[in-house]
Design a protein around this ligand. Structure first.
Ligand code: CP3
Length: 354
């Protein structure tokens, strides 16, 4: 497997990278930086290579995936690459009729509302996503000592798209199932946990050095509902990949009240959005976890001086942490000036050089 501890097989080329050291809560030469959604629409070179190719089709072409994944690493000198794909790719790969509509997001043709609808979800096999294995192989060869982060959508966030049929602000259909038919809900999330685990395993076995589980919309839930109806499915995913020894990152938006539970679900690193300062987040999460975050992505529209002041605030709040990976509190927004991101990465590196 990709990243054995020194007690296991010999460490890989990425083992001593600042990113993996920070995830393991070891001392680092500088605070590592990467940006959620660093690949994609903020980069002119992305628009160029994607022109005329639908989003989901682009995810099935290994050379294109590798190129798009590498673009932000070349440009911003970030400490990790994130595999270019989407959370709905494994669902598409097992035959769910869905598409990503530009400016909208994932749209599902036949939303899952009844037990019979569960038949849309069969198991994911490595053969379904051979292009992922191929693309990760191309990437790790090219990346050398820079780690590649694999990722997947968490069961709740995937279910929110499958049950609603598309993006939602309120998740009323998903929550109606969660409250009204808890058995169907549990079976849906369990099936999604298996698909998600299989998707992550393929990425790790092909060479990904870490994985991030995106439960982007979990912030819609109260802690009691998260614990009762969601947490065990995410824990099943983390357990399924625990044996590889690669750091597991757990991220959501608006999850200030869930941070402790999201750590408890089995993460090594907990992602934090900008609503909770990192020192307070560390108190909520407790010892034994690294933190990732939490620069407000909208600040990148405010000019270099403001960006540096706010970056310093993030670093100051992180000063007492056991391990810190600098990131945004959510993804790069499409209209962000890429030069502002390059400058931010450089600022964090310079400011934290030890
Ligand atoms: O650089 C990276 O972070 C890797 C690429 C990545 C994409 N999607 C590519 C993408 C990642 C990590 C994702 C994850 C993802 N997809 C999440 C979790 C992360 C988050 O932001 O919370 C979610 C919720 C989705 C679902 C999804 N896919 C949305 C909401 C959208 C945006 C719709 C829009 O057009 O505004 C997508 C489409 C998508 N995924 C694009 C990209 C580059 C844009 C498609 C395009 O270029 O036309």
């Amino acid at each position: 497997s990709a990243n054995e501890s020194p007690a296991g097989r010999p460490p890989t080329a990425t083992y001593d990278s600042p990113f993996l050291k920070a995830c393991r809560r070891e001392p680092v030469p500088h605070t590592p930086v990467w940006f959620m959604r660093q690949a994609g629409r903020s980069l002119p070179e992305y628009h160029k290579v994607r022109a005329g190719i639908p989003m989901l089709e682009s995810c099935t072409r290994p050379e294109l995936v590798a190129e798009i994944t590498l673009q932000p690493v070349r440009r911003h000198h970030v400490d990790a690459a994130i595999y270019y794909s989407d959370i709905v790719v494994p669902l598409k790969a097992i035959g769910v009729d869905l598409d990503i509509k530009p400016g909208v997001g994932p749209v599902v043709e036949k939303p899952i509302r009844t037990r019979a609808d569960l038949a849309q979800l069969r198991d994911l096999t490595p053969e379904d996503i051979s292009y992922v294995t191929e693309a990760v192989g191309l990437l790790t060869a090219e990346l050398g000592a820079t780690p590649l982060i694999g990722f997947a959508g968490a069961p709740f966030t995937l279910a929110s798209y499958l049950v609603e049929g598309g993006p939602s602000r309120t998740y009323e259909n998903a929550k109606a199932m969660m409250y009204g038919d808890p058995e169907l809900w549990a079976d849906l999330l369990d099936r999604l946990a298996d698909i998600t685990a299989a998707f992550l395993k393929v990425q790790i076995e092909a060479g990904a050095s870490a994985v991030q589980l995106f439960d982007s919309w979990a912030g819609a839930l109260s802690p009691a509902d998260y614990r009762r109806s969601v947490m065990s499915a995410s824990a099943k995913v983390f357990d399924a990949v625990a044996g590889y020894g690669v750091p597991r990152i757990h991220f959501g938006v608006g999850t200030g009240e869930l941070l402790g539970l999201m750590g408890e679900a089995g993460a090594d690193v907990v992602g934090v959005d900008w609503r909770v300062p990192l020192d307070e987040a560390a108190r909520r999460i407790g010892p034994g976890k690294a933190l990732q975050g939490n620069f407000d992505p909208t600040v990148l529209f405010a000019g270099t001086e403001v960006v540096e002041t706010k970056a310093r605030e993030v670093l100051d709040a992180a000063a007492g942490l056991e391990g810190h990976v600098f990131n945004l509190g959510h993804g790069v927004m499409p209209k962000t000036d890429p030069d502002a991101l390059t400058r931010l990465a450089e600022y964090v590196h310079t400011r934290t050089a030890r």
